[in-house]
Design a binder for this molecule. Structure first.
Ligand SMILES: [Zn+2]
Ligand SMILES: [Zn+2]
Length: 247
């Protein structure tokens, strides 16, 4: 239960929704902008060989992506509000006292969440490509072939909802402390930015030494934006490997 906040007052709910929307949207703009500036302005020369294509932001594409991301931020915030209500009425496994579980469980809960989220996203994503009625909605995201950091949140509102709804569902299953939840949300944001950022930041060593064999990065997801029959995963490569959809 959340102490000291009256979630039965609709004005408080509206205020929380507005504050959440501003935080989510500014977080997207700030982190995406910072990532682009670091790799394509500040260290442009050092990362030139790691760039997948000419990464100059195109005004028209960026305007469309930021607008769609604003809608996504509103949907993610509405889902966040729904999560707060579920937490308030005792439907989630969120535990506010850090001592309720051993400290080593804190990072493990983040890992559990990511593995389950990855499983959900792989099958959702594969379905969005194969379903004749869902595919046009998912194609909003695929309008960006040369992706940029701002593509990271750019989805049709229906897809944003399908992506967001899994978070409260997983929190009804996986016990999580709010710190672990915030860390997970940050990983989600950064992973989306890294996958669309157009620069490969993970070591591309051959064989099993290379991190890119396990963790999805810009190269892996860039291939998906060019060949929509391959590379459906979100964080880890194993579903694409098991289902033989990896290129
Ligand atoms: Zn994408
Ligand atoms: Zn896709």
């Amino acid at each position: 239960m959340i102490e000291g906040i009256d979630l039965s007052d609709y004005r408080i709910l509206l205020l929380i929704f507005l504050v959440l929307s501003i935080i989510v949207f500014l977080r997207y703009l700030l982190f995406s902008g910072a990532y682009h500036w670091i790799f394509f302005v500040l260290f442009r020369k050092s990362f030139k060989k790691k760039m997948l294509f000419d990464q100059r932001l195109k005004a028209r594409q960026t305007r469309r992506e930021v607008l769609m991301s604003l809608y996504s931020a509103l949907i993610f915030s509405a889902t966040g509000l729904g999560l707060l209500l579920l937490w308030q009425y005792g439907f989630t496994q969120i535990y506010p006292n850090i001592s309720d579980f051993p400290l080593w469980y804190l990072p493990l809960s983040v890992f559990f969440f990511l593995v389950l989220h990855d499983f959900y996203y792989y099958w959702l994503h594969k379905w969005m490509h194969s379903s004749s009625w869902m595919r046009p909605f998912h194609m909003e995201h695929h309008k960006s072939v040369n992706t940029s950091v701002f593509t990271s949140f750019s989805f049709h509102p229906l897809e944003s909802f399908l992506q967001a709804v899994i978070v409260p569902i997983l929190l009804m299953i996986v016990p999580m402390h709010p710190i672990a939840l915030v860390a997970t949300l940050m990983i989600m944001t950064f992973s989306a930015i890294i996958n669309h950022g157009g620069v490969e930041i993970y070591p591309m060593k051959k064989g099993w030494k290379g991190l890119h064999h396990f963790i999805i990065g810009a190269t892996h997801h860039d291939i998906h934006h060019r060949n929509s029959k391959k590379n459906f995963g979100l964080y880890f490569t194993f579903w694409d490997r098991i289902m033989k959809t990896e290129k």
